[in-house]
Design a protein. Structure first.
Length: 529
């Protein structure tokens, strides 16, 4: 028999608006014990569409194991194509999750955000942005289930998660230059089509024991256009303040303690890597706003999803609020043409800052990693040097362009994949150029991502060149001109030489096959499609 109160409750449940009845994510349904499978994500997106969410689901590409990787376009009104997105004047933001499939909270937060932006409490925000959400980028890795101890040692749940690599064993977040994974090429095509103003990549960090629920990084390559400086110096510090004020959640710039031993904490806090094989570093060099989000692996899943959700939401509302500033830095980034390109980088000078550390004790026998120590639950705020950026350790004058012999069509394909414009000489050309004499070829002793990476030493020298038609020309007078130079420079720390693309052409005392120009050739040229 129903008591009157229960009847009222039942009626209320029946009358709940569709939004509140919208499907829950798998962690929400399992009291945060489990993460979504690939099938869960697909059916979640289907359920949003059925309930009238302003989304369209497309295919980013096929994974090596044959899964269709979804991307979700969301806006109100729903834009039909990239030109319409551009015309709307709204920030176009790409949010990518699950590149490392054991790091699950981005995938869960992305689904919840899509639901709440289309049908729930964040509806008004979707009037002002165009979103491209890739909730399960590493679709293959996601369903390679194993115990958290195996796939994500030290992570505070869920008990079973996917693996880091994709279906061909590649770490997708080291693939943004060599572009060997179909996921990378699919994402490049998506970026090429939609040209997002902002890219967010959602991860989990499992390094040091600190006092932050989430840490962030802008693009870290020292070839940093105005949009990247803006993200680092303006956007992220303000998001930190808002997260504290609005959500009572402490976040900080990404890093690890140089030494977690209590007496050595003051040695400093250090970020990770500046090379564009990492997605956000690559985006930062492209003159777009790049934000890496790393939820704290020692926080439980619910907390990690919550902080990731809040972080993305605050970034979105900040971008809407500062739309004019965003337009300005993007325009300045497109015109950005510095005198030189940094070809190698080192950790830059530090700034002294307060950093919250958790005090730890030795974990005893069998504990290997520096960070795998015994926690005490005691936190200290310690003033220490924070190394949050890289600076150039080697640079070259930014040339007008590079000439590539006709047989290097695979390099042209790689550049085109990055969105870099390449032209082809329709007639012969002769004139003054520079050629690079190779003094040494250094091959890494170990394999990394299936490569023994290469670095070169040598010098550029003047040369008079006489070339037939058919050579390729890559101008640096384009939006991605600095990235093009960085990739093509023979001494680059993360270019075509690094990833064995040039191996057949490299020998000591030989000549690097690409020429460098100080002036643009006047020969007729056509764009390579
Ligand atoms: Zn990661």
């Amino acid at each position: 028999m129903f008591a009157p109160r229960a009847v009222t409750k039942l009626l209320l449940l029946l009358l709940l608006p569709a939004a509140l009845a919208a499907q829950q994510t798998r962690p929400e349904r399992t009291n945060w014990a489990e993460t979504s499978s690939y099938a869960d994500v697909i059916s979640f997106l289907d359920s949003l569409r059925l309930k009238g969410a302003e989304i369209r689901v497309g295919e980013l590409g096929k994974s090596p194991e044959g899964k269709s990787i979804p991307y979700v376009l969301a806006s109100r009104p729903l834009v039909t194509d990239p030109a319409a997105a551009r015309r709307s004047g709204k920030p176009v933001v790409m949010i990518q999750a699950n590149i490392h499939a054991g790091e699950v909270e981005g995938k869960e937060a992305a689904q919840m955000l899509l639901r709440d932006l289309t049908l729930g409490s964040l509806r008004s925000l979707l009037d002002s942005v165009v979103l491209i959400v890739v909730p399960i980028y590493n679709a293959d890795g996601n369903d390679h289930w194993a115990a958290g101890d195996v796939n994500r040692p030290g992570q505070n749940g869920p008990a079973v998660v996917g693996m880091r690599a994709n279906g061909q064993g590649l770490d997708l977040n080291r693939d943004y230059i060599k572009s060997e994974a179909p996921e990378t090429r699919g994402a490049q095509a998506l970026v090429d089509a939609w040209d997002p103003d902002v890219f967010m990549d959602l991860h989990t960090t499992n390094g040091s024991y600190h006092g932050y629920l989430l840490t962030w990084a802008p693009g870290l390559n020292p070839n940093s256009p105005p949009a990247n400086d803006w993200a680092r110096d303006r956007v992220l510090p303000e998001i930190r303040a808002r997260m504290r004020a609005r959500h009572h959640q402490e976040i900080f710039t990404y890093g690890n303690f140089r030494d977690q031993t209590p007496d050595s904490l003051k040695l400093g806090w250090e970020t990770y890597d500046g090379r564009p094989r990492f997605g956000t570093n690559n985006t930062g060099m492209r003159g777009r706003v790049a934000i890496l989000s790393e939820a704290y692996s020692n926080a439980d899943l619910k907390t990690r999803v919550d902080v990731t959700y809040n972080f993305v939401r605050e970034v979105l509302s900040y971008l809407v609020e500062k739309k004019a500033d965003l337009r300005d830095v993007l325009a300045r980034s497109e015109a950005w043409h510095p005198d030189s390109v940094v070809t190698r980088s080192i950790l830059g000078p530090s700034t002294d800052m307060d950093v919250i550390a958790e005090l730890t004790e030795p974990a005893g026998e069998g504990a290997a990693m520096y960070a795998r120590r015994k926690r005490t639950g005691v936190f200290r705020t310690i003033r220490m040097p924070v190394f949050d950026r890289f600076v150039g350790s080697r640079r070259e004058p930014l040339a007008e362009g590079y000439l590539l012999p006709p047989q290097h069509s695979q390099i042209v394909a790689l550049l085109r994949g990055q969105g870099i414009e390449v032209e082809r000489l329709s007639a012969g050309w002769s004139g003054n150029a520079e050629s690079f004499k190779i003094d040494s070829v250094n091959v890494a002793p170990f394999s990394f991502e299936g490569h023994r990476t290469v670095s070169l030493e040598g010098n550029w020298n003047p040369k008079t060149a006489q070339l037939p038609a058919g050579w390729y020309y890559v101008t640096t007078r384009q939006r991605l001109g600095v990235l093009a130079a960085y990739i093509l420079e023979p001494e680059s720390e993360d270019g075509v030489v690094t990833w064995n693309q040039m191996d057949r052409d490299l020998r000591r005392n030989g000549e690097y096959p690409f020429l460098r120009l100080r002036t643009t050739p006047t020969t007729p040229r056509s764009l390579v499609p």
